[in-house]
Design a protein around this ligand. Structure first.
Ligand code: 6PG
Length: 254
């Protein structure tokens, strides 16, 4: 599948989340039709919460038992913490749909050792996708998962997942999941690496609101050196879709 990038601009935030929900379900139906299951990695932050609520309210009777949900990144906090991406998804979606608990793979971020939590999550991914690990010498790199869909957001500094500018995980090429030290937050985040993001069949970015407009212009229309983290999401064999509302797209030259 040739890599494509498309930008969809909706009039309002409500329209954006409806379009995103339809795209999620379209991708799910296609994957389930083709391979009997749909694998998706969810994003955190505030933007996708309305998408998750809409999926719960408008698609409650979907075949959730064929859907397998992962997290593209997580804050280094327990699942009960107000900052937990898992908690946000659990409250807005998981508790409202009939998805089997064994179909939801959360990051074990309650582990005080962030690196161990990342390793644990990586081994869960390798087991689920039946992936060969790389050999210790590094001569033979391990295999990477191919998610049917990865949801992403973009931060005001151009970060995505928890791949922040000037952070160590930007250069990770063999691990699937790493603990990334984020100096400005003085904490670790647990995040997918770029190789995982760029092997997805589809990546869908959601960005809503005027506070995203300047950075969206930079990410989608400029070529800084080094590139911004959100610019480094280029699926090698998949679809890249940006779903925006008018306010977020206000500074794009169209
Ligand atoms: C997180 C996210 C992060 C998020 C952006 C945008 O854990 O915070 O995964 O990458 O998508 O920071 O956040 P907002 O949607 O809150 O603007």
């Amino acid at each position: 599948m040739p890599s494509t990038r498309s930008i969809e601009v909706l009039a309002t935030a409500a329209d954006l989340f409806h379009a995103a929900a339809e795209e999620f379900v379209r991708a799910a139906r296609t994957a389930i039709g083709a391979q009997g299951r749909f694998t998706a990695a969810l994003s955190g932050g505030s933007t996708p919460k309305r998408l998750y609520s809409l999926l719960a309210s408008n698609y409650a009777d979907f075949v959730w038992n064929r859907v397998f949900l992962f997290f593209g990144d997580e804050r280094h906090v327990p699942p009960t913490d107000a900052d937990s991406n898992y908690r946000m998804v659990n409250e807005s979606l998981l508790t409202k749909i009939a998805i089997p608990a064994e179909n939801v793979f959360r990051v074990p971020a309650e582990n005080p050792d962030a690196a161990a939590a990342a390793e644990d999550y990586e081994s869960r991914l390798r087991r689920f996708f039946e992936l060969r690990s790389g050999d210790p010498s590094g001569d033979r790199p391990g295999e990477f998962p191919r998610f049917d869909l990865i949801l992403l957001g973009m931060g005001p500094d151009g970060h995505t997942a928890s791949l922040f500018p000037d952070s160590p995980a930007l250069d990770e090429q063999s691990r699937l999941v790493v603990a990334n030290w984020v100096a400005k937050f003085n904490t670790h985040r647990i995040t997918f690496s770029f190789p995982v993001l760029n092997r997805a069949a589809e990546v869908m970015f959601l960005a809503s609101g005027a506070d995203k407009a300047e950075m969206l212009h930079q990410v989608l229309e400029t070529k800084p050196t080094p590139p911004l983290p959100s610019q480094r999401v280029q699926p090698s064999d998949g679809k890249l879709l940006w779903v925006l509302d008018e306010a977020a797209a206000a500074k794009l030259t169209r």
